[in-house]
Ligand binder design. Structure first.
Ligand SMILES: [Zn+2]
Length: 151
């Protein structure tokens, strides 16, 4: 069975950059980009994408998949330092039936905090969009904790 994808007029994640009206960029690397999820499932919730348009995990090239997980790990370490969460949910959805709403591969990193119910399921509709100015303040706190790259 083919994976059915959402069909927006244009792909929102192909147009994420510093000039975006809604995306607060945390870090852009050679083939990946991380930004705050406008719907903050938890303080600091991030999305990590390949810069190339690839709809699902099945469309990733090996090197992209590798770069993505390294970036997820790097960002997770910064999130832990920035906000001291009690845990992290890291997940991604492939296909409408799995809950994918943007047809461009993306990994969610969602910090969880004391008092959050364990094993939460996140629905975008349950969370209001956070204004970009507020997202940028959150991004700055994560950026400040990113490990330096070794020269
Ligand atoms: Zn795209």
């Amino acid at each position: 069975m083919p994976i059915e994808l959402p069909q927006p007029e244009r792909c929102a994640f192909c147009h994420v950059d510093a000039t975006s009206r809604w995306a607060a960029i945390v870090e852009e690397l050679d083939s990946t980009c991380a930004f705050l999820n406008p719907r903050q499932y938890g303080m600091g919730a991030l999305l990590v994408i390949p810069k190339r348009h690839a709809p699902t995990v099945l469309d990733l090239e090996g090197a992209e998949a590798e770069a993505l997980i390294h970036h997820v790990r790097r960002l997770s370490a910064a999130l832990m330092k920035a906000f001291d969460p009690a845990g992290l949910n890291i997940f991604q959805n492939n296909g409408i039936s799995a809950g994918q709403t943007v047809p461009h591969y993306h990994v969610h990193i969602v910090p969880s905090y004391p008092g959050d119910p364990p094993g939460r399921v996140f629905q975008g509709a349950d969370f209001e969009r956070t204004p970009k100015e507020e997202l940028e303040r959150t991004a700055e706190r994560i950026i400040a904790q990113l490990a330096p790259f070794k020269a």
